[in-house]
Ligand binder design. Structure first.
Ligand code: SF4
Length: 283
């Protein structure tokens, strides 16, 4: 598989709600919060879900307190569960399959998330042995998406996450090191490691943070306006309400649409090829 094919796989992992039976609006257990105004038990359709599986308040979600719905992204898991695992049968007309369908949805979501990371890793120019291991992992994960419901429910996803973690860290280290050696002042990779750190309240606006490792870090509500964030590893970083207006994320690594949907930005924010500019970034 070449870098371009991997890039296409990553790019195409997006939700197509027209092929999904409203699974995110039905399957999940949602507790009332500032992001969702009501308690909604797992397996119960949201009161705003219409008979055609569209949302009655789609254009007013934020105004009506449903901000969380504009952040959520299933990475295409919903349409795969609806059309592949359950072969186009809906829980509405076939209530007997509903319970299983709702249990499979979060499992498929996790598989799709892992596929996005592996495909992105394979889109970079990385050593052959690392690419070989990632290709093997990608094939295994893609095969999992074709399993039937019972086999999906029996999966132990932890073992996949465990091996994936090392491969993604190696990819990030390799790509970031290649960036660091081209910087005017060459530094050690370790100096860019801020994994799992709490960075809330730091003054990062306008800084050159290229090649930083922010994996698992807390950056909630951080001011990152006009910050250079190219080749930054953002895997698992909490980016809620971070202000990315004018920031350069064009080559940031391992971002997800949900992370970006939970942050703030504007038309000047540069985003990676696989991230859509959120419609609520309107200035
Ligand atoms: S408010 Fe709309 S998008 Fe949110 S869960 Fe309900 S039906 Fe789905």
């Amino acid at each position: 598989m070449d870098n371009e094919t991997a890039r296409k796989i990553r790019e195409n992992l997006t939700a197509d709600c027209t092929k999904c039976f409203g699974l995110c609006c039905t399957a999940l257990n949602i507790v009332a919060s500032s992001d969702f105004p009501i308690n909604k038990p797992a397996g119960t359709p949201c009161m705003n879900l219409q008979s055609d599986y569209s949302c009655h308040i789609h254009s007013q979600l934020r105004n009506q307190g449903f901000k969380g719905c504009t952040v959520f992204d299933c990475l295409g898991a919903g349409q795969v569960v609806s059309q592949v695992t359950f072969n186009g049968l809906s829980w509405r007309e076939n209530p007997d399959i509903g319970k299983k369908m709702f249990q499979v949805f979060p499992i498929m979501e996790q598989i799709h998330e892992m596929i996005t990371y592996v495909a992105e890793a394979l889109s970079y120019a990385i050593p052959d042995d690392l690419a070989g291991k990632l290709r093997k992992q990608l094939n295994e994960l893609q095969d999992l998406t074709k399993l039937d419901a019972d086999n999906l429910l029996a999966l132990d996803l932890v073992k996949y996450r465990f091996s994936l973690n090392d491969l993604l860290t190696s990819t990030s280290d390799f790509v970031r090191r290649n960036t660091i050696v081209k910087m005017p002042v060459v530094q050690e990779l370790e100096e860019f490691d801020h994994a799992r750190a709490n960075w809330m309240g730091k003054k990062l606006k306008g800084k050159d943070l290229r090649a930083t490792d922010f994996r698992g870090a807390y950056l909630i509500a951080e001011d990152m306006r006009n910050t250079d964030l190219r080749v930054v590893n953002f895997i698992g970083t909490d980016l809620r309400d971070v202000n990315f207006s004018g920031a350069d994320l064009s080559t940031s690594m391992f971002l997800t649409q949900m992370q970006i949907n939970s942050a703030k930005g504007n038309v000047k924010t540069k985003l990676p090829y696989y991230i859509h500019r959120p419609s609520h970034w309107n200035n």
